[in-house]
Design a protein around this ligand. Structure first.
Ligand code: SAM
Ligand code: DTB
Ligand code: SF4
Length: 409
C-alpha cells in the first residue's frame, strides 16, 4: 500500500479496510441502510470514472474514491433506534456518519444548487418562521410571478458559476387553480432542463395531475418539507396538516419526481422532534432523494423572531444522524448556513452533508456567494458535483433521453 496507513473499523458489524484512498469491503450486504437499485448505481460509477474536470473545481477522475457498487435491502428504523444514534457521544456519531458517507457517496463532491424566488410573499399559510406569510409584517415585499426570460437569465448565471441544480420557489399554499401561472412555471422547467441543469421547484401543495405535468416538463426534484416532528408541527403551522404534506410528497413520488424533503432546526423543538423528523423520513416508501436541513433564520415580524439560534452541535448531530439513517440521500445544508463558520461547515461535510445552496440569496434570506463557496470547498479538498452525477439523477437523465429519442422516431 505504498507505506500508507491501513486501518480497520468495525461499523454495525462490518469490517471496512482502508488503504490510503482506496477501500475494499468484505461484506457488501448489511442491514443498516436503504435500498437503491444496483442499476441506478452502476451508471454513477461509470460517470465518476469517465468524467473529469468540466465543472469548476472538479477533481481529476483518477483520484476519485470508490463507492458502494451494490445496495443492500432497505432497513426500517424504530424511533428509539434513531434516538439512540442521535444520543451517541458526538464524535462517535460523526465518525459513524463519515464512514457511512464514504460508503455511499463520493465524499469529495458537494452539489451546488442555486435558488430563485420566482414569486415572493403574500402567502396565505401561517408557517411561523416564514417572512413570506401574509399574516406577518416582515421585510418581504409581495411580487408577481417572474417572467420566463428573467428566470432563464438567472439560471444561466447559476450554471456559469458552477451550480448544477436550479431551484425555483413560489410563495403559494398550493398551485390550485393558477392555470396560467403554472403553465409559465412548466415553461421555466422545460427550458432549464434543456440547459442541462437539474431543476427543482417548491410551489406548495400539488395534485397528482400537476405533479405529472411537472414531470413531463422535465422536473428533476420537488421540495416539500415536513419541517419537524408530527408532534411539534402544530406549534409551527396550523393552516395545513402533516398529512397534507405527506400527500403532496406521495403525489411527487408517484409521478416519478425525486422528493426533496427535510426540516428546520431552531423552532423551539426539542431533540426528540429532530429525531422524529428523521424517523418520519425513514418511514416514507422511498427515502427522499434529498434531505434539506435549515437552521432558522429568525425573521423580524414572525412569531419566531425571538428564537435562540440553534447550536452548531445540534446541527451537527442532526446532519450526522440523517446521514446514517438515510445513507443514500443527499443531505443538504439549506437556510442559515451563513450562520456557521467555515470550519463548522467543513465538519458538517465530514459528517455527511453533500449539498449547499449558493449564489446571491436564498428566497428572502442570505446565503454565501459562488466565489466564497468555491474558495471554501477548495480549501477543504472538495469540489462541485456535475449535473446528473448521482445515481438517481443519472437514471432520470437516461430515461428522459430514451423518451426523447422515442418521441423523435
Ligand atoms: N411555499 C412553499 C412551501 O412551503 O412548501 C415553499 C418554500 S418554503 C420557503 C421551503 C422551506 O424553507 C420551508 O419548508 C422551511 O423549511 C424553510 N424556511 C422557510 N423560512 C425559513 C426561515 N426563516 N429559516 C429557515 N428555514 C426557512
Ligand atoms: C429548503 O428546505 N430550504 C430552501 C429550499 N428548501 C427551497 C428554502 C429556504 C428558505 C429560507 C428562508 C428565506 O430565504 O426566506
Ligand atoms: Fe407560504 Fe411556504 Fe412560507 Fe409556509 S413556508 S408561509 S407555505 S411560502
Amino acid at each position: 500500500s505504498g507505506g500508507r496507513v491501513t486501518w480497520h473499523a468495525l461499523h454495525d458489524g462490518r469490517c471496512i479496510r482502508t488503504r490510503g484512498r482506496e477501500r475494499e469491503r468484505s461484506d457488501m450486504m448489511h442491514a443498516g441502510t436503504q435500498s437503491v437499485r444496483a442499476a441506478l448505481v452502476r451508471p454513477m460509477l461509470r460517470n465518476l470514472r469517465q468524467k473529469s474536470t468540466s465543472v469548476l473545481g472538479a477533481a481529476p477522475a483518477t483520484e476519485l474514491p470508490r463507492v458502494r457498487a451494490e445496495m443492500p435491502p432497505r432497513r426500517t428504523w424504530e424511533r428509539g433506534e434513531v434516538q439512540a444514534l442521535f444520543d451517541k457521544p458526538l464524535l462517535d456519531l460523526v465518525f459513524e456518519a463519515a464512514t457511512v458517507h464514504r460508503e455511499y457517496h463520493d465524499p469529495r463532491r458537494v452539489q451546488l444548487c442555486t435558488l430563485m424566488n420566482i414569486k415572493e410573499g403574500g402567502c396565505s399559510e401561517d408557517c411561523a418562521y416564514c417572512s413570506q406569510s401574509s399574516r406577518y409584517d416582515t421585510h418581504s415585499q409581495p411580487s408577481k410571478l417572474e417572467e420566463v426570460d428573467a428566470v432563464l437569465v438567472e439560471a444561466r448565471r447559476a450554471k456559469a458559476n458552477g451550480s448544477t441544480r436550479f431551484c425555483m420557489g413560489a410563495a403559494w399554499r398550493e398551485i390550485g387553480g393558477r392555470k396560467r401561472g403554472f403553465q409559465r412555471v412548466l415553461d421555466m422547467v422545460r427550458e432549464i432542463r434543456g440547459m442541462g441543469m437539474e431543476v427543482c421547484t417548491t410551489l406548495g401543495m400539488l395534485t397528482p395531475e400537476q405533479a405529472q405535468q411537472l414531470k413531463e416538463a422535465g422536473l428533476s426534484a420537488y421540495n416539500h418539507n415536513l419541517d419537524t416532528s408530527r408532534e411539534y408541527y402544530g406549534k409551527v403551522i396550523t393552516s395545513r396538516t402533516y398529512d397534507d404534506r405527506l400527500q403532496t410528497i406521495a403525489n411527487v413520488r408517484d409521478a416519478g419526481i425525486a422528493v426533496c424533503s427535510g426540516g428546520i432546526l431552531g423552532l423551539g423543538e426539542d431533540e426528540a422532534d429532530r429525531v422524529g423528523l428523521i424517523w418520519e423520513m425513514s418511514r416514507l416508501p422511498e427515502a427522499p432523494e434529498s434531505f434539506p436541513v435549515n437552521a432558522l433564520v429568525a425573521i423580524k415580524g414572525t412569531p419566531m423572531e425571538g428564537q435562540e439560534p440553534v447550536s452548531f452541535q445540534e446541527m451537527l448531530r442532526t446532519v450526522a444522524t440523517a446521514r446514517v439513517v438515510l445513507p443514500t440521500s443527499i443531505v443538504r445544508l439549506a437556510a442559515g448556513r451563513h450562520l456557521f463558520t467555515e470550519s463548522e461547515q467543513a465538519m458538517l461535510f465530514l459528517a455527511g452533508a453533500n449539498a449547499i445552496f449558493t449564489g446571491e440569496r436564498m428566497l428572502t434570506t442570505p446565503t454565501s456567494s459562488w466565489d466564497s463557496d468555491h474558495a471554501m470547498l477548495a480549501r477543504w479538498g472538495l469540489s462541485g458535483m456535475q449535473s446528473f452525477e448521482t445515481p438517481r439523477m443519472a437514471e432520470d437523465e437516461r430515461l428522459r433521453g430514451n423518451r426523447e429519442s422515442a418521441a423523435q422516431a
